[in-house]
Design a protein around this ligand. Structure first.
Ligand code: NAD
Length: 430
């Protein structure tokens, strides 16, 4: 496979690693090297001051052999086609690893959403759907939230698609507000799935909740809810951070009050640095994101963006276990360094799959017109997450391979079977 210096090339090395341990047809491998379709669009938006600004938008459908493609939409200044394609590739393997009957997709707009007014954000979200409406659909490709996109934005997107099609189409987008057909439990699903994965592996790793220290980078949808679940279960969450920086307390942070302050002040440092200098309260100190990644903790949870642990800092990671809640936070070069040092990395395609699992439940509820209780959602999410985590752990133990490679092997077996069911060289020639 051609290796160039892109995120996608790095992502493909994970496929190469897994292919050494699984026997699937050459046809299936060839199919999985390329996205099914990629769309780049220009999105003109009338700004509040009357000027016209054109944004770049993307949607990539990677593979739909196992079902309609599924994946979030990211609003971020660094969004580009390489990133969107990589995220779509990961979604394909995530859905297969968790046995969700969807293929993988992803979308994004290169924009700093914090610089837009609410009305500009709505016009941009609706204009994105205008631009990609023929590329998506309830049986084709179903968007969802990702970094800096919210249930409100998903509601606008669903509404815009329904206006274009002239029929209500709640099943075209997931992660919607409950009042517009969202699922109970979707807002906390990624964190809840990650929590069940951690809890399933805890006894295998011979850890005990009350003696387990945790540091979390990223305090958004996924990171903040997970911090709370871990705190409530008795784990010692000693550090959390957001884009502006973080806080640390060796005795453990009081996560409910961090959440409260974050909601009030919009960044974490305000918790202990508000109106005065930092480092003044009971041993809590402010730390940078880089320092957080290097803390001496049992579990490190990157829950922000990709490429946070790379060759340059992997040697300095002191955690024994890394649970990837963000997509792609550990580069393949860093993976090799961490593996060699005996640090166990539990991969994104398993750890953060709670989001797409409950998105699948939301889609099912929209199609059935029958809505589930929070208990039903949680019971099904818990069962599926625990089952697939145990299966991936078993693959890793049987083949003596890292958890990431095991998750890809597990996914590849399902993808390979589906691709081969369409007919392979052997069927047509041999
Ligand atoms: P979010 O927008 O709610 O939160 C992102 C958080 O990361 C914020 O706290 C932000 O301040 C912080 N952040 C941004 N840049 C940072 C930096 N350079 N250093 C440290 N922190 C930084 O996003 P989210 O939905 O929580 O997504 C976070 C990660 O989880 C992403 O990689 C996303 O792809 C992944 N993920 C999210 C979901 C979901 O359902 N929300 C599902 C699967 C995977």
């Amino acid at each position: 496979m051609t290796v160039t210096n892109t995120l996608f090339a790095d992502a493909m090395t994970r496929l190469d690693d897994a292919l050494k341990h699984v026997s699937i047809s050459a046809d299936a491998i060839e199919r999985l090297k390329f996205p099914k379709a990629s769309l780049t669009v220009s999105i003109p938006v009338r700004m509040d001051d009357g000027s016209l600004q054109v944004f770049q938008g993307y949607r990539v459908r990677y593979d739909d052999t196992r079902g309609p493609t599924k994946g979030g939409v990211r609003f971020h200044p660094s969004v580009n086609l390489d990133e969107v394609q990589s995220l779509a590739f990961w979604m394909t393997f995530k859905c297969a690893a968790l046995n969700i009957p969807f293929g993988g997709a992803k979308g994004g707009i290169t924009v700093d959403p914090k610089a837009l007014s609410k009305l500009e954000l709505e016009r941009l979200s609706r204009a994105y759907i205008d631009a990609i409406a023929d590329f998506i659909g309830p049986n084709v490709d179903i968007p969802a939230p990702d970094v800096y996109t919210t249930p409100t934005i998903m509601g606008w997107m669903m509404d815009q698609y329904s206006i274009i099609r002239r029929q209500l189409s709640p099943d075209v987008v997931t992660g919607k507000p409950i009042a517009l057909g969202g699922s109970l439990g979707r807002d906390t699903a990624t964190a809840t799935g990650a929590f069940y994965t951690i809890e399933t592996l805890l006894p295998k790793l011979k850890l005990n909740r009350h003696e387990t220290t945790v540091a979390i980078q990223g305090f958004g949808n996924a990171g903040s809810y997970l911090a709370r679940l871990l705190f409530d279960a008795g784990y010692r969450v000693v550090a959390v951070s957001d884009s502006k920086g973080g806080i640390y307390d060796a005795k453990g942070l009081d996560i409910p009050s961090v959440q409260k302050f974050r909601a009030l002040h919009h960044h974490i440092e305000a918790v202990y640095c508000e109106g005065t200098v930092c480092n003044i309260t009971n041993g809590q100190t402010s730390i940078t994101n880089e320092e957080l990644l290097e803390l001496d903790v049992d579990i490190l949870i990157p829950a922000a963006l990709e490429n946070q642990i790379v060759a340059a800092n992997a040697d300095r990671v002191r955690a024994k276990y890394v649970f990837e809640v963000a997509n792609g936070p550990v580069s393949s070069a860093a993976d090799r360094i961490l593996n060699a040092r005996g640090v166990l990395v539990v991969p994104d395609i398993l750890v953060n799959a709670g989001g797409v699992t409950v998105s699948y439940f939301e889609w099912l509820q929209n199609r059935g017109g029958l809505y589930w209780s929070l208990e039903d959602v949680d019971r099904r999410l818990k069962r599926n997450t625990i089952d697939e985590t145990n299966k991936i752990w078993q693959v890793a133990s049987d083949l003596k391979i890292p958890m990431r490679t095991a998750a890809y092997v597990h996914a590849l077996r399902r993808l390979g079977e589906a691709l081969e069911a369409k007919g392979t060289r052997n069927y047509f020639v041999g």
